[in-house]
Ligand binder design. Structure first.
Ligand SMILES: [Zn+2]
Length: 143
């Protein structure tokens, strides 16, 4: 256990990433709906806690496509190796069928976490700012 004092509202990086929280304050939600929501995944335009606009510039989310590609490749290689070890099958149809199913099942997960990884690790100049994570006690928004 760590005994050093964490600032008010501190959220560890992996917790913030796993829960898809704002990369700057790790308090506000990035998505308005769940990963496997039937209504689709709706994103908030900006953070409800610190006001960060998630779409950093026009076309920003195109970069998430490359992150999604990397996630898909890692998942497919892992699944194919696991399938070979578990079944030992030489039939390509076993691999095609199972991998297509896995791609379909994991696509909402990849959609969400490709954007979250882009925001957390691949955006220059966007970092965690513990000062922004603090609770807003006694402050009134002037808007
Ligand atoms: Zn925020």
């Amino acid at each position: 256990m760590s005994t050093d004092k964490k600032p008010n509202g501190y959220v560890p990086m992996m917790t913030g990433l796993a829960k898809a929280k704002c990369p700057r304050c790790r308090r506000g939600d990035i998505f308005a709906s769940g990963t496997y929501s039937f209504t689709g995944q709706k994103m908030h335009e900006k953070c409800s806690h610190c006001g960060l606009y998630y779409e950093r510039e026009p076309g920003y989310w195109y970069v998430a496509m490359f992150v999604s590609y990397a996630l898909n490749v890692a998942e497919m290689v892992t699944a194919a190796v696991a399938l070979h070890i578990l079944t030992g099958s030489d039939s390509p149809w076993v691999y095609v069928g199972v991998l297509l199913g896995i791609i379909f099942i994991l696509s909402p997960f990849n959609y969400r976490y490709s954007r979250v990884i882009l925001l957390y690790w691949l955006t220059p100049g966007l970092h965690y700012e513990p000062e922004r994570a603090k609770d807003k006690h006694g402050e009134q928004s002037i808007m």
